[in-house]
Design a protein around this ligand. Structure first.
Ligand SMILES: Nc1ncnc2c1ncn2[C@@H]1O[C@H](COP(=O)(O)OP(=O)(O)OP(=O)(O)O)[C@@H](O)[C@H]1O
Ligand SMILES: [Mg+2]
Length: 329
């Protein structure tokens, strides 16, 4: 069952122009941050979105929650056209689709206690009657395993991991059906990351949440998602069931990414070999993506045809879609 359906979404930003560009009348270029992305989020699943820094993950996430208006494409939430929502319907959408950010500190008001922050979220959307707000705040803190006295304290009094718990509690306050988490643990110490990841897993199971989990860390994706979409330079190059995709990645880019993941307990020789197989070369500029398949300049199996046309994301004889003309079966 599809909760959120994305069809052909693109988002471009005007590139910054230097004085020379302006004086010489060079045409304004565009950063192709997200290009023609189609994707469905199924009710109750955790969908991972992975890709290198700058490939458009955050831009895509922001399009999903309408922090950015896409330049092209359509987004449907429970069948409704998200980009056309107005008034109450838009407020309802804003309530049901919540975002959790990498740095909750930036989105928490430093002058408000945690209790007031949660109470505010509860009252903006009138989630519970006024008299029930304090009890609901306690429940929320309990849900994310923070002590009840956290309500009287300010964001700066907490550690990074605890602040992320506050960010999650605030997202949960409005009883969303979908949470989009953009690198929610990448600013945290590795030891703290696991506890936040486990919290997401626990909440997902307990509350039946649908979760889009965005990260550049493939180990997290492997550990906690049902399906995974791999992005490269603004486009999805492969999307499939996580376990199957990790066992037998189809796109050459996905293959290289997975080979580069350090195993949990690697044999020394194995680890060396894996590092050598990592993606080589630089990520091209999204100002001027390579023609055809954007991965072809770095691809070990590229052919001249790969530079001709952008490959469609299709099944190509396999169990899940992949955007590569060299893949069959
Ligand atoms: N507001 C903006 N104005 C101009 N360019 C932008 C803007 N936001 C993002 N970009 C550019 O769009 C591209 C995609 O950026 P985005 O932040 O979506 O990538 P990302 O995958 O989230 O990267 P990271 O892993 O570093 O968070 C980058 O080239 C970035 O420089
Ligand atoms: Mg990002």
């Amino acid at each position: 069952m599809t909760l959120l359906a994305v069809e052909g979404v693109s988002k471009r930003f005007p590139a910054r122009r230097g004085l020379v560009d302006v004086l010489s009348g060079r045409p304004r270029q565009a950063v192709h941050a997200v290009e023609q992305v189609s994707l469905e989020v199924r009710r109750g699943e955790t969908l991972g979105i992975v890709g290198e820094s700058g490939c458009g993950k955050s831009t895509f996430a922001r399009c999903l929650v309408r922090l950015y208006e896409p330049d092209e494409g359509a987004i449907r939430f429970e069948g409704a056209d998200v980009l056309a929502l107005q008034g109450d319907a838009r407020r309802n959408f804003n309530r049901h689709v919540q975002m959790v950010f990498q740095d909750p500190y930036g989105s928490l008001n430093p002058r408000m206690t945690v209790g007031d922050t949660l109470a505010e979220a509860l009252s903006v959307h009138a989630v519970v009657a006024r008299a029930q707000v304090p009890a609901r705040v306690r429940e929320l803190l309990d849900l994310v395993h923070l002590p009840a006295d956290a309500a009287e304290r300010y964001p700066h009094e907490f550690s990074g991991g605890q602040r992320q718990r506050i960010g999650i509690a605030r997202a949960l306050a409005v009883e969303p059906s979908l949470i989009i988490a953009d690198e929610p643990v990448s600013a945290l110490d590795v030891s703290v990351q696991a506890s936040i990841v486990n919290l997401f897993l626990e909440l997902q199971a307990r509350l039946g949440l649908t979760l889009v989990f965005i990260t550049h860390d493939l180990r997290l994706v492997k550990h906690m998602t049902h399906r995974v979409a791999v992005m490269y330079l603004g486009r999805i190059v492969e999307v499939g069931p996580t376990a199957d995709l990790f066992a037998a990645p189809r796109h050459p880019y996905t293959q290289a990414l997975i080979r580069a993941v350090p195993h949990v307990k690697p044999a020394a020789r194995e680890a060396r070999r894996n590092r050598q197989a990592a993606v080589t070369g630089e990520l091209p500029s999204p100002l001027k993506p390579p023609p055809g398949c954007a991965f072809h300049p770095r691809c070990p199996i590229a052919q001249p045809a790969c530079a001709q046309a952008v490959p469609a994301l299709e099944d190509r004889g396999g169990a899940w879609p992949v955007a590569c003309i060299r893949v069959s079966g």
